[in-house]
Design a protein around this ligand. Structure first.
Ligand code: FES
Ligand code: FE2
Length: 458
């Protein structure tokens, strides 16, 4: 019998452990040609990328009427622009006269004027004027009906502050693509978060799926981030598949220290590294205060009956966020302390907790080279409305010969992904093998098979 969940986050809190999932319906040998083959890349482009909902940017990057940003998908170019009615629209970046790409990069414009022959378009795509120097007749006589010469619009919808675009005019709406993921993510109010610290795009020498694989498992922490290995309790990871998307939640390892006594567990939370988890910056001092209040005269710690160290951390987080003005009423206690690690098919990793998140989006390289990609990284933080515009980090495009100074763990991932690609390029390696601790990668490639090989997508 279906149970009614009071809060959408309970679906993840109550999800089965990753290691207990039945993965027998998935293939665990994943062919490696999808990481380097031009043939595969071509099928992927036509069957997946030209048909799937994909994030083209953050809505906060185009806050004012006339703000625009270009989105490139291989050799296809689109323009996203905020209209005077505040609606974000997407257009094919090709002039209706002779096809010139009329727009590049980002900026603000009251209208788009194609620099080739000076046709101009409104922010809603309408053709406003056709230049006709030294021609005495009407526009109608010059070229025909102007109303039929508006920009070609593409499907664009906003969710969680992201602008999603679908190149396929016949694609079902974003809501049906996101399915339950929409309801599960809404309480976080990601649309009210702003980029803080990282908002950039940089190229990496690996296929975009290498990035997605890397951010869908915690299994590599012991290999690539040994200094973080004692921080999370991977054995207690929960996993839920949500359509083609998937989510895991991993408790902090401090929960494993419960057996070592109250002090050890509390210390575990108080020592969470704020560099890796900046959202805890103001909750940890509050936790210290709460804990101090439960110390007896002789210094020993005694919690009221029913209280637990993790519960106190969750209380501290909830208090701090409520004081800032974030409505956390529809988030569970688990969502106060544990990150949810979302995979939004096909190319979004979203690590989110109450009040903060990180999104990593892997885009195919515009050159079409399957062994390269761009990644976009957004560090997101919920801020009160009056602080958002002043504090948010502007977008940076990292030049090809430059490199952004990531924090240690992200730098380790960045370096690792190119090394994996070198191995995946080997023609003698027909497939890679997945373990029980990589359920989201199983699910991801199952989705890829359906979309790319056309066995019934979506
Ligand atoms: S191609 Fe744009 S005005 Fe001619
Ligand atoms: Fe990593």
């Amino acid at each position: 019998m279906a149970t009614q969940l009071a809060k959408p986050g309970e679906r993840v809190d109550n999800a089965p452990l990753s290691c207990e999932l039945d993965l027998s319906g998935y293939r665990k040998q994943i062919p490696t040609d999808r990481y380097h083959s031009r043939d595969y890349n071509q099928r992927e482009r036509e069957n997946l990328w030209m048909r799937v909902w994909q994030i083209a940017g953050r809505a906060e990057e185009i806050p004012e009427a006339g703000d625009f940003m270009e989105y490139r998908l291989f050799d296809q170019s689109f323009v996203l622009v905020r209209g005077r009615d505040d609606k974000v629209r997407g257009f094919v970046n090709a002039c209706r006269h002779r096809g010139n790409a009329f727009c590049e990069g980002r900026g603000n414009a009251p209208r788009f004027t194609c620099p080739y022959h000076n046709w101009s378009y409104g922010l809603d795509g309408q053709c406003l004027s056709v230049a006709k120097p030294d021609f005495d007749g009407t526009t109608e006589e010059f070229v025909g009906d102007k109303n039929e010469l508006g920009l070609i619009e593409v499907q664009v919808e906003c969710f969680a502050g992201f602008v999603f675009l679908n190149p396929d005019p016949d694609a079902p709406p974003l809501d049906s693509f996101l399915g339950d993921a929409k309801e599960m993510l809404t309480p976080y109010r990601i649309d009210e978060m702003v980029a803080l610290g990282m908002n950039l795009r940089e190229s990496i020498d690996c296929n975009w799926k290498v990035v997605m694989d890397a951010f869908q498992e915690g299994y590599h922490v012991q290999g690539v981030h040994p200094e973080l290995a004692h921080m999370t309790n991977l054995g207690a990871e929960h996993c839920s598949f949500v359509g083609d998307h998937a989510v895991t939640a991993v408790p902090f390892a401090a929960s494993m220290q419960a057996g070592l006594g109250l002090e050890a567990e509390v210390e575990g939370y108080l020592n969470l590294p704020v560099a890796n988890f900046p959202g805890f910056a103001d909750a940890l001092p509050r936790l210290a205060e709460i804990v101090a209040g439960y110390r007896k005269e002789d210094g020993t710690l005694e919690l009221p009956s029913g209280a637990t160290p993790i519960g106190l951390l969750q209380q501290a987080v909830r208090e701090k966020l409520e004081a800032k003005g974030l409505d956390v009423g529809n988030l569970t206690d688990g969502q106060m302390s544990d990150y949810q690690y979302w995979f939004l098919f096909p190319n979004v990793f979203l690590q989110v907790r109450s009040g903060d998140g990180t999104a990593i989006i892997a885009e195919p390289h515009p050159s079409g080279d399957p062994t390269r990609c761009n990644w976009r990284v957004f560090a997101l933080m919920w801020l009160p409305p009056e602080e958002r515009e002043a504090q948010r980090t502007q977008y940076t495009d990292i030049a090809e010969d430059d490199h952004f100074p990531y924090f240690l763990a992200l730098e380790q991932d960045f370096v690792q992904m190119a090394i994996q690609q070198r191995g995946l390029n080997s023609r003698q390696l027909p497939y890679m093998v997945l373990t029980k601790q990589e359920p989201k990668i199983h699910h991801f490639h199952d989705g890829m098979d359906r979309w790319v090989e056309g066995a019934g997508e979506g």
